[in-house]
Design a protein around this ligand. Structure first.
Ligand SMILES: *Cc1c(COP(=O)(O)O)cnc(C)c1O
Length: 380
């Protein structure tokens, strides 16, 4: 099956009992044992649920992996990966990391003795200099958040393999429609299904996809032992959102490119970060490893913090809110919102200035979005 058939069929057969074409929500906490110790394959709702299994199957197939695991949030999925480590482990991560992942690492796992190095991976050679004998995991994102840097996944994974590291790619921004990290050499793909996979801003969820059965069994053990599992209803909603992923992504990408070009030509915009622009530093790599350039744009306004506030208060249609990947356009201010937990000095060093704005381009009419931005830019 091709990708756009898989999103509709994979893991979701018509119900054998009734013929229902929509996969059922198995709203149950436990399952009958027919005889002592003998069940129909399901024992307890934390351990497994048919609606969750359907979603896990669909996601693993879309990522072209062997096994999927779903969680109650993207961070619950990230936490489960961190459970693989022991207290002296060292992790190398890309420096422009999702704020919540950075917080999980530095505020929680650091306390348990896990050590981290955050690296600019625009040059994969940097990995060599950072590897120690305790290094176990390389944590990548591409495109990164919020600066939309492109990491050459294949090159980084190859280098990490020389040192026997596990390679994780957070594929939330790209989705498997645009990028398939397992095929580029990653061991684990992570998703916040909250974003594009569900796509409608009405679910919090996460997922992991892997190829290795051994790794799957370890992660599955932690999924059950820790218990950060999603509800059957949320799994159903993600399965429903997934069915339109390819057509939504096509439109997100189309709208984003047009808005990026518009913003680039505006005199009140100092800089536009969008991998689809030819002058973007990672454009050539993105062209190679992605099918299209995604729906996220960041840009720097040519104004101070007061002007940024004015911009937001004059912005119509586009909602000021955290999160991304929804049908509705969402905009945020990384310095005070998604990346507020990052130390201000570190933030500045990484280029997350107080006039940086991150836009998740939705599926509204492109001219309406353009006009909304134009009017808000006029106000600053
Ligand atoms: C949102 C997000 C997460 C965390 O997911 P939640 O579902 O909010 O827990 C992780 N990585 C990236 C890139 C994200 O955008």
């Amino acid at each position: 099956m091709r990708f756009n058939t898989k999103v509709i069929h994979e893991g979701q057969p018509n119900d054998p009992l009734t013929g229902a074409v929509s996969f059922p929500i198995y709203q149950t906490s436990t399952y009958e044992q027919i005889e002592l110790g003998i069940s129909k394959g399901f024992t307890y709702g934390r351990t497994e649920n048919p609606t969750r299994s359907a979603l896990e199957k669909a996601l693993s197939s879309l990522e072209e992996g062997n096994f999927g695991l779903c969680f109650s949030s993207g961070l619950a999925a990230a936490n489960t990966v961190m459970n693989l480590l022991s207290k002296e482990s060292h992790v190398i991560a890309v420096d422009d990391l999702y704020g919540g992942t950075f917080r999980l690492f530095t505020k929680l796992y650091h306390k348990f003795g896990v050590d981290f190095t955050f690296l600019d991976l625009s040059n994969p050679e940097n990995i060599r200099k950072a590897v120690k004998k305790e290094t176990r995991l390389l944590w990548l994102e591409s495109p990164t958040n919020p600066l939309l840097k492109i990491v050459d996944i294949e090159k980084c994974a190859k280098m990490a393999k020389e040192y026997g590291l596990l390679v994780l790619v957070d594929n939330t921004f790209a989705t498997p429609y645009l990028q398939k990290p397992l095929k580029l050499g990653a061991d684990i793909v992570l998703h916040s299904t909250t974003k594009y996979l569900n796509g409608h801003a009405d679910v919090i969820g996460g997922a992991l996809v892997v190829n290795s059965e051994k790794l799957y069994q370890e992660l599955k053990f932690f999924q059950n032992a820790v218990g950060g599992v999603p509800s059957p209803m949320d799994c159903f909603l993600v399965l429903r959102g997934l069915k339109t992923l390819p057509i939504r992504m096509d439109r997100h990408c189309e709208n984003a490119l047009k808005l990026a070009e518009f913003l680039k030509s505006h005199r009140k915009v100092k800089k536009v970060y969008y991998p689809g622009l030819v002058e973007h530093e990672g454009h050539e790599i993105a062209k190679r490893q992605m099918k299209n350039f995604g729906g996220m744009i960041s840009f720097e306004l040519d104004t101070d913090f007061k002007g940024v506030k004015k911009f937001f208060s004059n912005l119509k249609i586009i909602t000021l809110a955290e999160s991304l990947g929804a049908v509705k356009s969402l905009i945020c201010h990384p310095a005070t919102m998604t990346h507020a937990s990052v130390d201000p000095e570190v933030r500045r060093q990484r280029g997350i200035t107080d006039s940086l704005v991150r836009l998740s381009v939705g599926l509204e009419n492109e001219d309406d979005l353009k006009e909304a931005l134009e009017n808000a830019l006029k106000a600053i």
